[in-house]
Design a protein around this ligand. Structure first.
Ligand SMILES: Cc1cc2nc3c(=O)[nH]c(=O)nc-3n(C[C@H](O)[C@H](O)[C@H](O)COP(=O)(O)OP(=O)(O)OC[C@H]3O[C@@H](n4cnc5c(N)ncnc54)[C@H](O)[C@@H]3O)c2cc1C
Length: 397
């Protein structure tokens, strides 16, 4: 018997990476009766990253996992998403959010620290199902079983491996060869600081300032609007480092945005030296590798993209939900892989393309296709049954 089609709880699923997608994947598969172990390279939980947007399509998955209240309680629900000209400050397009997001997209829009989202997702995974300090080094196919080899010399066996190991996925390089993600030619200065640093400047809830080749995204990280966050993006020809980010030179940042509206210059001026990091933005071409046989790739392991639509984490969570539906419908991971890939390809291609173009909401836009998408029920069929949320009306609670 093929172990990948063993019934319910006897299939041993190994999820590689306890990041955004891996934690959700583990929680969703355990709910439908699978025996899941998550292997994470870090020794313990590390709440990394700066700010993040949780768009309504992502919030639907959090609601299904019953952790939406936590992020709603901690993060801010912007009243609107303003898009302004970088120099004149003229509003190019404003998308009403707050209560409007609930009504129009069926779920809220929230901005907060990435670590808060990550912690909320960690809380959905049983403690005994995460093995920390396990950096995957290799995979060996042994008949119906797959043996996992870790950098610490230990080994484990699984029937199915789900790669949620992010941008530099080890699983991906085992399957497809060691091809590094591509530097996009863009960098982002990311920083946050307390409200006092703004020295009385009024800052709207969520704004993207659009220049020709340079952009600044700014928002509050918390419900009380105490901590302010910005990501200032600009072109850079090379990234001469192995690291994803390096400490930023704030003088370089301020010089690069000196032609921006005075409000933006004041926001950037408020960042204390040492508080800003310069991130390289990586991507892969949209030839998605969803995996082969009993190894399945989700999230950044499958489709890293530029962050200009703020949809990377959303796509990882949508993947986890759609794969769960395919497993439920097909009853077998091998068949589920194809159903999952077919259900995801078109949407991922579109989000990847629009993110790369960096045009989303620059002018009048209908964002329904992104924010109104319901991954829990889209394209429902016997092979792809809908996932129902027990208390769909509880989103605002
Ligand atoms: C500047 C910037 C801003 C962004 N803003 C947003 C935003 O506003 N909204 C949004 O939705 N997305 C945003 N994103 C994207 C988002 O953060 C990622 O797309 C998302 O975290 C991907 O989730 P993942 O689970 O695939 O990978 P990750 O969350 O990166 O998790 C990967 C996990 O795998 C582990 N791992 C790696 N290798 C191994 C190994 N060999 N063995 C074991 N474990 C391993 C890692 O330690 C990590 O825990 C942004 C990205 C950037 C760069």
């Amino acid at each position: 018997m093929n172990t990948a089609s063993r019934s319910g709880d006897r299939v041993r699923v190994a999820v590689i990476g306890a990041g955004i997608g891996g934690t959700a994947m583990a929680a969703l598969l355990r709910r439908i009766g699978h025996n899941v172990t998550v292997y994470e390279q870090y020794e313990r939980f590390v709440p990394a990253g700066g700010g993040i947007h949780l768009s309504p399509n992502l919030m639907r998955v959090l609601r299904h996992l019953d952790v939406h209240r936590h992020v709603l309680f901690t993060g801010q629900e912007p009243g609107a998403f303003l898009n302004r000209d970088a120099v004149s400050g003229e509003t190019l397009y404003g998308l009403p959010l707050g209560e409007c997001a609930h009504r129009r997209f069926g779920a809220p829009f929230v901005a907060l620290r990435r670590g808060v989202l990550h912690l909320a997702l960690m809380s959905t995974v049983a403690r005994d199902s995460v093995q920390w300090g396990k950096r995957l080094a290799g995979l060996d196919w042994r008949g119906d079983s797959i043996e996992l080899a870790f950098a610490d010399g230990s080994r484990a066996a699984a029937d199915v491996v789900i790669a949620a190991d992010g941008l530099r996925s080890r699983v991906r390089s085992i399957l497809c060869g060691h091809e590094q993600p591509v530097f996009s030619g863009q960098v982002a200065f990311r920083g946050s600081y307390p409200r006092e640093g703004l020295k009385g400047l009024h800052v709207d809830d969520l704004t993207k300032w659009w220049g020709d080749e340079t952009f600044v995204l700014s928002y509050w990280l918390d419900r009380a609007r105490r901590d302010f966050y910005f990501a200032a993006m600009m072109p850079q020809s090379t990234w001469p480092s192995e690291a994803s980010f390096v400490p930023a030179d704030v003088d370089e940042m301020r010089a690069a945005f000196r032609h921006f509206h005075p409000d933006v210059r004041r926001m950037l001026a408020g960042a204390p030296p040492g508080s800003v990091a310069k991130w390289a933005l990586f991507e892969r071409p949209p030839r998605f590798e969803f995996g082969t046989g009993r190894v399945i790739l989700i999230g950044d392991a499958c489709h890293p993209m530029r962050p200009f639509m703020s949809q990377g984490a959303a796509m990882a969570l949508e993947d986890a939900a759609m794969l769960t539906r395919a497993v439920l419908g097909e009853g077998d991971f091998m068949r589920a892989l194809q159903t999952f890939a077919d259900a995801r390809r078109e949407r991922l291609t579109r989000v990847h393309r629009v993110s790369a173009a960096n045009t989303f909401m620059r002018g009048e836009t209908d964002p329904q296709w992104v924010f109104g998408y319901d991954v829990l029920s889209a394209d429902a069929s016997a092979r792809l049954p809908a996932l129902y949320t027990p208390s769909a009306s509880a989103m605002a609670a």
